[in-house]
Design a protein around this ligand. Structure first.
Ligand code: ADP
Length: 612
């Protein structure tokens, strides 16, 4: 210890002339001595703000800074070590102004100045009134009083704890704290009327269990904890977070940098203001302006700021907060954050819904119209079938006459056989069998006719179109014979399945063949035949052609044959082709006609294929 002092005295003797000579003219250099530990967020931001102001100058001054770390270290030897260290470090660096940040740093700076930089002016900030009053400051020492009054912490406590009965004070022991030692003097008056629970200087472990069990109507007032009391150092923010984990009451904070770490907020010191104001003062001194008077900047350096999440946690209404309070970490609802986007989406949704409703009702109307149209089509088709069967009544009568005639003949024969003495039972049995067969044939004819004339609704099912054509050909075979027309068919060997109504598709084929027969009857040509063929195209479509050798269709008639009520026949209705076309359209198909060069007419229709 003694040797250290000897070394420093020797060093000082060697250095002093340099330093004092450097005082005039004023060098553009600033040495900042802050009482904190510059890795902690508070002093870090003080220094950053200080540098920012200096760097804005046209010809920035040089800044040196030293963090004295006085919350964790102290005592005469420690102070002496700084004197030696700084004396050595800055021996060739003349200093224009010394800046002290914090009350504890100011005392140090004054001591160091006396030894190392006599005559160099001092600017200070973040110093409390009590410290200024206790130190007798020379005229070349000026600065800004920026302190948090304990009364402000109480004001915040009353705002966040309705009907406040108790305050628990947390932190290192107040007298050892650099930033809040003045609270020792302020507390007795400020806490009049409320119970005081002093948890300062206690081990963090104890504090954590105490804050978990505080009675109602208590506010916790957090100054700064730098150590856990068991040998480990912490930043005040980290210590606060550990306390807040357990606390059952709101924690009123003291510095802005602790908002977001678990304190509800309060009147807090703003590091940027402290840094900026100190820099302004230091620059004035460097420019040579006279340094007089001490400013008080509490209004700017202490502001009420609160954490919205903590307010929610303790159910504190914002109306209880001091006027002009700033509320941070407000979580806005999705609706508030994306207001116009949501409005746009809502409008789009309304628009879309209206559109969908309109489309649905249009669709429903169309369906209704389709069903209506289909109903009418069924009526028409039914009429058309009546007309056709009416035309065919002669051939139907002929078809029925044949079995009925042979039934009669057979019955008479059987009667005769029965009158003989020894009736031939075997023969009679054969006759009865014939009667039964003929009867069956007759009832087949009637069944087919009835089926064709039944008024049915549209019932789509899988239909083999080849089979449909064969049925029609069977139905028309007698009539074709009577009219001397040969019906030839060339159908695909495999089944051709389409989706549709069997009766309607029969009607299509029937109409086309009957028209062909009519045309042949009207013609004088020798060939009298109708060819019906099916072909499959692309595995997706079946084409049915009905080609006759009749008189053909003149060009002007060809244009109009599918029009309803267009006919060139004396007793025609002009409905057959029109209905045919409508039926095919309802089946997703279509029909067209042309006149082949060899004469006659060719009608072709196609239908979507379901499977082959
Ligand atoms: P309708 O048979 O009662 O006249 P359609 O609609 O079946 O009604 O036929 C309309 C017209 O088309 C017929 O009057 C006829 O002039 C013409 N037509 C239809 N098929 C043929 C055909 N195979 N050959 C010649 N003309 C035809």
């Amino acid at each position: 210890m003694r040797s250290l002092l000897v070394v420093s005295v020797l060093l000082l003797a060697h250095l002093e002339p340099h330093i004092s000579r450097a005082a005039e003219p004023r060098p553009q250099t600033i040495l900042i001595l802050d009482q904190g530990e510059n890795r902690g967020p508070f002093y870090n931001r003080v220094l950053a703000a200080f540098r920012a102001v200096v760097d804005e100058q046209p010809s920035p001054a040089t800044i040196y800074s030293e963090s004295l770390d006085l919350n964790r270290f102290g005592g005469p030897v420690y102070e002496d070590s700084w004197r030696v260290h700084l004396g050595t470090k800055y021996r060739d660096r003349p200093i224009g102004v010394l800046v002290a940040i914090g009350s504890a740093a100011l005392s140090y700076t004054l001591h160091l100045r006396a030894a190392l930089w006599p005559g160099v002016p001092v600017a200070f900030s973040f110093v409390d009134e009590q410290t200024v009053a206790h130190l007798t400051l020379p005229s070349d020492v000026t600065g800004i009083i920026a302190q948090l009054h304990f009364a402000d912490m109480m004001k915040a406590a009353r705002a966040v704890v309705p009907n406040l009965k108790r305050v628990a004070i947390l932190g290192d022991s107040l007298s050892s704290q650099t930033g809040f030692s003045h609270f020792v003097e302020e507390i007795p008056r400020a806490t009049e009327g409320v119970e005081l629970v002093d948890l300062t200087g206690r081990a963090l472990r104890d504090v954590r269990s105490e804050v978990a069990a505080l009675p109602d109507h208590t506010a916790i007032l957090y100054t700064a904890i730098h150590a856990n009391g068991e040998g480990a150092y912490l930043t005040p923010g980290d210590a606060l977070a550990l306390v807040a984990e357990r606390a059952n009451s709101p924690i009123v904070g003291s510095v802005e940098t602790n908002i977001g770490r678990g304190s509800i907020g309060g009147y807090v010191l703003i590091p940027e203001v402290i840094g900026r104001e100190a820099a302004g003062l230091a620059l004035k001194i460097l420019r040579g302006e006279p340094v007089t008077g001490i400013k008080n900047s509490n209004a700017a350096a202490v502001r009420p700021i609160f954490d919205w999440r903590q307010l929610q946690r303790f159910g504190i209404d914002e109306s209880r907060l001091p006027p002009a309070s700033e509320v941070r970490f407000r979580q806005v609802s999705i609706w508030e954050r994306y207001q116009w986007q949501m409005a746009a989406v809502a409008t789009a949704l309304v628009f879309q819904t209206t559109l969908i409703v309109n489309l649905l009702s249009a669709h429903r109307r169309r369906r209704a119209a389709e069903i209506d149209a289909r109903g009418r089509l069924m009526e028409l088709a039914h009429l058309n079938r009546h007309a056709v069967t009416g035309d065919m009544s002669a051939s139907i009568a002929h078809e029925l006459n044949q079995p009925l005639g042979s039934i009669l003949t057979n019955a008479q024969t059987a009667e005769l056989l029965l009158t003989s003495d020894e009736p031939n039972v075997e023969e009679i049995r054969a006759i009865v069998a014939d009667i039964k067969r003929d009867d069956q044939r007759a009832s087949e004819v009637i069944k087919r006719l009835r089926g064709f004339l039944t008024k049915t609704s549209f019932e789509p099912q899988d239909i083999d179109i080849n089979e449909t054509i064969r049925e029609v050909l069977r139905f028309l075979s007698d009539q074709a014979g009577a009219r001397h027309v040969s019906l030839n068919s060339e159908l695909t060997p495999k089944n051709v399945v389409v989706r549709g109504d069997r009766i309607q598709l029969q009607q299509v084929v029937l109409n086309l063949i009957l028209n062909g027969m009519d045309s042949i009857t009207d013609s004088t040509g020798e060939t009298r035949k109708i060819s019906i063929a099916t072909t499959v195209r692309d595995e997706r479509t079946v084409i049915v052609s009905v080609i006759d050798s009749g008189r053909g269709i003149p060009e002007d008639v060809l244009q109009r044959i599918f029009e309803p009520f267009f006919t060139t026949k004396k007793n025609g209705m002009g409905m057959g082709l029109s209905i045919t076309r409508t039926i095919l359209q309802a089946h997703g198909g279509h029909i067209w006609a042309d006149t082949p060069i060899e004469g006659g007419a060719a009608f072709r229709f196609e239908l979507p294929l379901r499977k082959v």
